[in-house]
Design a protein around this ligand. Structure first.
Ligand code: FES
Length: 77
């Protein structure tokens, strides 16, 4: 079944990208373009990813913290 009809991306493909480490709709988009045209599939992709679907999600969350710390440092400079 297609998740993203704009790019013909299936649920199976999204799950495969999630297994390969794509934890967010943005990472799915860079892997297969899904969600980058009309955007109507982004919610469905989010639902497929879920909160616990990706074991590396913690790392992504930590990455965000690190990035915001860098932004804080740049503001202070
Ligand atoms: S259905 Fe995915 S971008 Fe349009």
């Amino acid at each position: 079944m297609f998740v993203c009809s704009c790019f013909g991306v299936t649920e199976q493909q999204v799950k495969k990208h999630a297994e390969d480490g794509a934890c967010t709709p943005r990472q799915i988009a860079s892997a297969c373009k899904a969600g980058t045209d009309c955007g109507s599939c982004v919610r469905r992709i989010q639902a497929l990813l879920g909160r616990d679907a990706c074991p590396r999600r913690d790392l992504a969350d930590r990455g965000k913290t690190v990035l915001s710390e860098i932004a804080d440092l740049e503001e202070a400079a």
